[in-house]
Design a protein around this ligand. Sequence first.
Ligand SMILES: Nc1ncnc2c1ncn2[C@@H]1O[C@H](COP(=O)(O)OP(=O)(O)OP(=O)(O)O)[C@@H](O)[C@H]1O
Ligand SMILES: [Mg+2]
Length: 238
Amino acid sequence: MTVIEIDGLRKSYGSGKAVDGVSLRVERGEIFGIAGPNGAGKTTIVECASGSRRRDGGILRVLGLDPWDDRRELLQRIGVQLQEAALPDAIKVGEALRMYASLYDRPADWRKLMDEWGLADRKGTRFARLSGGWKQRLFIALALVGNPEVVFLDELTTGLDPSARRMTWGLIRDLRERGVTVVLVTHFMDEAEALCDRIAIVDRGRVVAEGGPRELIEKGRSDSLENAYFALTGRETA
Ligand SMILES: Nc1ncnc2c1ncn2[C@@H]1O[C@H](COP(=O)(O)OP(=O)(O)OP(=O)(O)O)[C@@H](O)[C@H]1O
Ligand SMILES: [Mg+2]
């Protein structure tokens, strides 16, 4: 079952084309990666698909809904971790999770999520006092608190230490096993290779290559996904 359909998506900011005709399909239960250079348009794609930004053109369907027109309904069924999220400085970890859970019709058990993501020891810590990596973990947990069918994670493990990254990979695989569809933006090719069923490489607002990790390595005539990325974007030293 296709859960995300993107056809000819376009979005400009002023005269700059951020997304210039992107088409993608994501099937239920996939971990779908979006990679590409800084400024390629990845966050804009995720924002348009998750209903936080209005597209200029193209067709978008997520769980059969239009992410902009039907965003109230969609927001109950998806989870979003945006790249530049923020919370009030004074809010405590436990309060943030409880508050977010209260926004959903069928929330997950926020205490269980807090444990899973190793946040229980920091339940009473205020947001402003968390280190970058702990903020990141909190944002991932918040993206999952609504029991989403689809979750969008923008720069999933940026700022996480190696063991937190590995733990995160395991928890993302658990989500897939439960049938949750995961779209993740990442700059880490080891992460994409380890985690993603398929990956779209985006550059200058367009998809330049798409496929499973093995397929992309072959397309780039490379020995690793990282080298394939350089070959396919032509950006090794850009
Ligand atoms: N709010 C905005 N106003 C104006 N221009 C924007 C805005 N957001 C993004 N852009 C521009 O749109 C283009 C795509 O940006 P986007 O954030 O989608 O890229 P990205 O692939 O997520 O990059 P990164 O890897 O650095 O996160 C860039 O040229 C960026 O400068
Ligand atoms: Mg981005």
